[in-house]
Design a protein around this ligand. Structure first.
Ligand code: FAD
Length: 437
């Protein structure tokens, strides 16, 4: 008889959260991880002697889920908000402009404010204002964010504001982003009747008005603390074991939770390449582009789709960097040639300052695959799935989803075995799973 009640496959943030929650409730848990370390896309690397996030570097504040987790892990005093300089936009043509500060995903909260007019022009702003007059019937649910915004606020808002932000956040055009993936926007639109009012209400719901927060020392500290809890609660972690297929799940003990992409369906994801530059460049002390720059799709001045001036965004990092600057650029496609040189030149254009080769103290490249959402037909009956393929993009959605999955598994386990069968010992390993998946 197996003593493992739950096997979690994948040690990214989703798998760690589920394994921790189950083991804290006294359940026996095994976690299987393909690589030699935990955390998945929440990772760190050393660049220019600085320990930096190599993947996720902030979390959305909505729902407070990640902040609550950080507090549970003893990181509450280290939750930090980014500086309030805001970000900039690099349009297809013309110079970079400040991103209107009050929007969500570039959708303006007040279409006629001066920063919005500066980006989309007066005509575009008047068109956007029509949003307040167009009734919302909300019948269609399969609409994209781009189609919705175009209908209510016009083309200029989609192409000049929303597209650069969505491109920077999701690596997608808003026409390819289902409205369902934008947390609570549809519900708030139904409630308030206009997009601008829905955006204002979303902003209002954010703690202290900030959409994202970070952790002093880096988001990767979540992984260190989660891993420590797994040890405390007796989770057995198997490294360097890859589960190759859905069929192989049947050989695992207890109720199986899939927290890794690529098992139930091949990963059809996009590759995102990150360039991190540590710079000795006093010109950047003035933080010319605030926390960074989002690049409009179709802009041919640079290859990057977004730049984060990390030392301007995070005060703790500025202190650690002791006068140097950390800049992070993301790419959907990396042009041929010397990537460090491409990144340096893109940083020069986007930040609007000269950055000679000697200014580059160190450079690092990381490549990640962002998995596509699992299609309903790819969900296998009786297999619990957590993580990015089902919980949405980003830590807030993934942690919320993983917490809920663990809670439902625990509730089912507490109900105990039915008809004399012990569902927690492997006789019917995925009976419980059928109800949570
Ligand atoms: C460059 C970048 C920046 C990002 N920035 C942010 C951000 O600032 N804020 C934010 O909220 N989100 C951000 N995200 C998204 C966020 O990091 C991810 O959505 C999240 O970390 C995914 O967690 P996960 O547990 O679902 O998957 P993963 O992190 O992918 O973890 C999956 C784990 O499963 C393991 N595994 C894979 N296959 C197998 C197998 N067959 N058998 C066993 N183990 C396996 C992997 O090795 C990995 O450890 C970013 C993503 C990227 C790529």
């Amino acid at each position: 008889m197996s003593t493992t009640e739950f096997t979690v496959v994948g040690g990214g943030i989703a798998g760690l959260v589920v394994a921790r929650r189950l083991s804290m409730a006294g359940r026996t848990v095994r976690l299987i991880e393909a690589s030699d370390h935990l955390g998945g896309t929440v990772a760190s690397h050393l660049v220019g002697g600085l320990n930096l996030d190599a993947g996720a570097e902030s979390f959305a504040t909505r729902g407070n889920t990640v902040a609550d987790l950080a507090r549970e892990l003893g990181l509450g005093d280290d939750i930090v908000s980014p500086g309030d300089e805001g970000a900039w936009l690099q349009p297809v043509e013309g110079p970079a402009l400040p991103l209107p500060a009050t929007g969500i995903l570039g959708i303006p909260a007040t279409p006629l404010d001066k920063d919005t007019i500066a980006v989309i022009g007066l005509g575009g702003a008047f068109r956007a204002q029509l949003d307040s007059l167009i009734p919302w019937f909300g019948k269609r649910t399969d609409v994209s964010l781009g189609a919705l915004v175009r209908r209510r606020m016009g083309k200029a808002v989609v192409e000049k504001l929303v597209a650069p932000v969505v491109h920077g956040v999701y690596s997608l055009h808003p026409n390819d982003l289902p409205l369902e993936r934008v947390a609570t926007l549809k519900e708030r639109l139904a409630l308030h009747g206009s997009l601008a009012a829905a955006v204002r209400s979303m902003r209002h719901a954010m703690p202290a008005g900030t959409a994202v927060q970070g952790i002093r020392g880096g988001i990767n500290r979540l992984v260190t603390e989660l891993a420590a809890d797994l040890t405390t609660y007796g989770v057995i972690v198997e490294f360097e074991r890859r589960i190759e297929s859905a069929e192989a799940l049947a050989d695992l003990d207890g109720t199986v939770i899939v927290a890794a992409p690529g098992i139930l369906a091949p990963v059809r994801g996009r590759t995102v390449t990150l360039a991190t530059l540590v710079l000795d460049a006093p010109e950047l002390d003035a933080e010319p582009r605030g926390s960074g720059v989002l690049v409009a799709p179709g802009c041919t001045k640079v290859s990057a789709r977004a730049l984060t001036h990390a030392t301007a965004k995070w005060q703790w990092l500025k202190e650690q960097a002791e006068g140097r600057h950390v800049v992070r650029l993301s790419y959907n496609e990396v042009p041929a040639g010397d990537f460090a040189e491409v990144a340096r030149r893109d940083a020069e254009v986007l930040l609007g300052v000269s950055l000679p080769v000697e200014a580059v103290v160190d450079f690092a490249r990381r490549e990640w695959t962002r998995p596509a959402p699992l299609a309903p037909a790819e969900r296998t009956d009786g297999v619990v799935v957590v993580g990015e393929t089902v919980g949405g993009t980003g830590l807030a959605g993934i942690v919320t989803h993983a917490n809920a999955a663990a809670d439902r598994l625990l509730a089912l386990a507490a109900e105990g075995p039915a008809d004399g069968e012990d569902a927690a010992t492997g006789d019917e390993p995925n009976e419980a799973a059928k109800e949570v998946s």
